[in-house]
Design a protein around this ligand. Structure first.
Ligand code: ADP
Ligand code: ZN
Length: 298
């Protein structure tokens, strides 16, 4: 049986066909323009494939409340063409198959939990550090949603004493995304993370902020493992700095074997950049089983 996957991003739409074992059989991407241009292209791609369900991991914020009138909508995104866009309804009407839906970062967490670094632990979180910072939490064998979905990239953190940068988040003066996302590095230093000098203060500050976020997530969610992905994490010397600062900031408060083995506790993404699209395949698989148990229209 084949499943469709759509990773809906602000700059590109990644589409794939895969199996319930996490094999990707084909994959392609198109640029994200307006819904009236891009959605028909997506439908055209999937229409000719023999898929029985599709999973969408989307940029957001999105409405994930199945009892809400706007379930399946992209809601208040800064990408204005997509505000209040019914992505699930449109795709379901066109393809007439079950449509799984979650945030892009939750999809990546699900990909890691199904076939990657989180597959052998009971719970874990996936953090993407890219254009934004997002956190997906896998707990009790499912993704954590709560009233909406976690937006833990915006946790409030303390400023580094040597950093006077204002941050790039329009909502918060001192949140993690504002201080440590890819665009914040570019705006603060005039260069990208991959151009920062080895051993520089800039990298230490970046690690300090990410470590603060991670300590907050450890204290609130108690994950068994933490996976770090996203473009900024391609800077491989960042990970050891982050681990060191997490240990320092934790200051011995929590003592577990897992946390003691910090190199295995905080790890890089494991699925070669495919954690998001693989998670979308899993969303399709899960939606399909849910649909057969309870085929009410949602
Ligand atoms: P998105 O978050 O938009 O899905 P990415 O995860 O690729 O996309 O993140 C893009 C951000 O990561 C940009 O701000 C870019 O500067 C930064 N980035 C991309 N590639 C690298 C790299 N090799 N090293 C460091 N930073 C990178
Ligand atoms: Zn913020």
């Amino acid at each position: 049986m084949l499943f469709g996957a759509l990773e809906a991003g602000g700059t590109k739409m990644v589409m794939a066909i895969g199996t319930e074992r996490g094999e990707i059989l084909e994959q392609t991407s198109i640029p994200t323009r307006t819904p009236s241009v891009t959605i028909p292209e997506i439908i055209e791609y999937f229409k000719s494939k023999d898929i029985i369900a599709i999973g969408i991991g989307s940029f957001g914020p999105i409405d994930l409340d199945r009892t809400s009138k706007t379930y399946g909508y992209i809601t208040s995104t800064p990408k204005l063409d997509w505000v209040n866009y019914n992505i699930v309804g449109t795709i379901r009407n066109a393809l007439n198959i079950p449509v799984g839906f979650d945030t892009d970062v939750n999809a990546a967490a699900l990909g890691e939990a199904s076939w990657g670094s989180l597959a052998e632990v009971p719970s874990g979180i996936y953090i993407t550090v890219g254009t934004g910072i997002g956190v997906g939490a896998y707990v009790n064998e499912g993704l954590l949603h709560g009233m909406l979905h976690p937006e833990a990239g915006h946790v409030l953190i303390s400023r580094h004493p040597d950093d006077s940068f204002d941050g790039v988040c329009p909502y918060h003066s001192n949140c993690l995304e504002g201080f440590a996302s890819g665009p914040s590095i570019v705006k603060r230093y005039g260069k990208k993370a991959d151009e920062l000098e080895v051993g520089s203060k800039a990298l230490e500050i970046e690690a300090y902020y990410l470590a603060q976020g991670i300590v907050n997530y450890i204290l609130t969610l108690s994950p068994h493992r933490i996976v770090l992905g996203g473009g900024v994490m391609n800077r491989e010397d960042l990970l050891p700095l982050i681990r060191k600062q997490v240990v320092q900031l934790m200051n011995g408060y929590i003592r577990t074997d897992r946390l003691n083995d910090i190199d295995k506790y905080i790890v890089p993404a494991s699925l070669g950049g495919n954690q998001g699209i693989l998670g979308c395949i899993k969303l399709a698989v899960l939606e399909n089983s849910h649909y057969h148990l309870d085929p009410r229209p949602i």
